[in-house]
Design a protein around this ligand. Structure first.
Ligand code: BTN
Length: 263
């Protein structure tokens, strides 16, 4: 697979919104860069920061996100949402729908969403999403950074030992692929959904692609370790779990694991 190089101008041209698109060969983390811009008042809603590699890509729960050059695309969108604070948690799952839909168009394959922020293809994680928010008392300086990391092709020599059983890439084979279209589609899809995060169609789209339903998982609520079965997704994109003790609980986030592995 040959990936056509990313270009800030091409992406900007393909976007339906008027965004400032910044492209870097390498950054420590696009989320960190975007946060620094936003915190210093220099970023606007819709600004896009893209890196071709990251030296310390940030993942959920303080983990790192493997971000080598020539294999993936790593980007962050600056958001200044004028929405109720409770709706901020909808941004990540809605972004997952936007990413999955764009990957479907690019590949004709059927990516799945692993609650709440990972996209899987053929049983392997091909994309991680991380939203990071900061709030000010007056709300004016508040922002959310939505970060998306996609593995386009596998690194020569394969993925590192610690992630080789989990990580995958969205393309295989010999065709040429234009990564600019994929990035622009994700951003366009996201901004279409972002207009109305409570649109019930987004839940339908998420549920269609959702992994975990029917799976037994280990999870923690108020520092208590429990086991149970995933039975659904509520209207706030929380998974509904029926514990072995028969209680139904809606899980917002936190450490949830399936069997012995972490989500
Ligand atoms: C996860 O898998 O836990 C989430 C990974 C999110 C990675 C993306 S890559 C672009 C953006 N910048 C970062 O430092 N992280 C996100």
């Amino acid at each position: 697979m040959s990936v056509i190089g990313l270009s800030a101008d091409k992406i900007k041209h393909l976007l339906k919104i008027d965004s400032k698109v910044m492209l870097f060969e390498s950054l420590e983390s696009t989320n960190l860069f975007a946060k620094e811009l936003a915190a210093s008042g220099k970023a606007c809603e819709g600004d896009i920061i893209i890196a071709l590699s990251q030296t310390y890509g940030r993942g959920r729960l303080g983990r790192s996100f493997y971000s080598p050059a020539c294999c993936g695309v790593y980007f962050s969108i600056v958001l200044k949402p004028n929405i109720p604070i409770n709706d901020i948690s909808l941004i990540t799952p809605v972004a997952a729908v936007a990413v999955a839909t764009a990957i479907e168009k690019a590949t004709n394959k059927s990516p799945k969403i692993k609650w709440v922020n990972d996209i899987f293809l053929n049983g392997k994680k091909v994309c991680g999403i991380l939203s990071e928010a900061a709030f000010t008392a007056d709300g004016i300086g508040s922002y959310v950074i939505l970060g998306v990391g996609i593995n386009l092709v596998s690194p020569k020599g394969g993925y590192p030992e610690d992630i080789k059983n989990i990580a995958g890439s969205i393309f295989e084979g010999e065709e040429v692929f234009d990564a600019n279209c994929l990035v622009a589609d994700i951003i366009n899809n996201f901004f279409d959904c972002y207009k109305d995060l409570n649109n019930k169609d987004l839940l339908i789209e998420y549920r269609k692609r959702m992994m975990l339903i029917g799976d037994n998982i280990n999870y923690t609520v108020n520092a208590t370790r429990k086991t149970g079965k995933v039975v659904g997704l509520d209207e706030r994109f929380r998974i509904i779990v029926e514990s072995d003790a028969g209680e139904r609980e809606a899980l917002q986030s936190g450490e949830v694991s399936i069997g012995s592995g972490n989500i």
